[in-house]
Design a binder for this molecule. Sequence first.
Ligand SMILES: [Zn+2]
Length: 391
Amino acid sequence: MKKKILATLIFTLSSFNTNLYALSFAQTTLFLKGTEVAPKSIAETKKSLDTLSQENLNDLLREFVKGSRPNRFVGSVGHSKSRQFLIDAIKSSDPDNSGMLVVDDFKPDVAWAQKLYRDDFEREVVPNFKPSDPKYKIWKDFTDHMVSEFDQLKSFTGKNIIWEKKGLSKADEIIIVGAHYDTIAHDKKTLRLKTDVEMPGADDNGSGVTIALAMIKVLARMQLPKTVRIVFFDMEEMGFLGSRAYVEKYRTELKQKKFMGLINLEMLGNDTVTGDTKKKSGNMRAYIRKDQEKGHADDAKLVNLINNKGSKFTQVTSFEVVSNSFNQSDHIHFWEAGLPAVTYSENWEDDFNRERYHTSNDFPEAINFKTLHGSYQFIFGGLLSWCFDIP
Ligand SMILES: [Zn+2]
């Protein structure tokens, strides 16, 4: 999440107690037992989904957060731990190496991110506030601060973690599922980065990581006709630089294949009734490009593919398609490269996780696991239906 940073942060300036969450869990490792499955119907696909319960997702998310304490800020100890956690989790989920695990090193395009922050300031602050306005000063300081933070990342090596399961009969037909694994936290008053605080990042984006890991656990036991690639993006919170490097490296390959698009999982754990302007639960959203924008039709094709079938797997969660070119996650680089993408997320317009977003309070206790599990069933059910051509 980035572009709306300025706007969003200003809403969150009220103070919260720093909640040093203290959680102790029994280490639980999920192994799926049984025989390989190749679902042929909605009912059989549902059975595959049901191998992971709401409780299983709860355990997975808590383990990921616990395994990456105190935070996953780029370059921190927790950030390194989170990478190792993901690698270990993938290996234990796929003990027979049915898929290929790749850790892709990249040099972050720091100059691009610095320009992004400067452009944000010029576009959103300069026309709206006088230089004497305290808000102008805060945002100017914030922009300068971020630009200098990026300077420190010039020699940093980012790592995208990729697991690919190749299709046996239609390998060139491919869908990518993405979820970023890093976190960020800001001081509510100064907007400066807080790099040494507890930042569980349960919603942002432990929720997306959890669903992606759950998919690997199930896919590892299947023989797939088409190719599914799961990518844990690094450095989303620092100018979307992991997905930027990924697209830079693979765009030519993806254009040569029948690439259906990116399904980006971002903040799928917040869903309230009280905080929702519509007083509804389960009303999540799928964000694609605007109607008049080039590529809208490809995004629409992708999201319809998932949603038409996904809705058959759960009554709990639904994803309304919103064509507003939402630009605050990793999908933007796919769009820029002319590749289809959709971001599945919470309802940013009606029920956004504003109070916990980018704070120490983004902890697992605040996650709506019923909705998270519904999201898993919906999105993964849609993906499996595409993969196995479920009628
Ligand atoms: Zn995020």
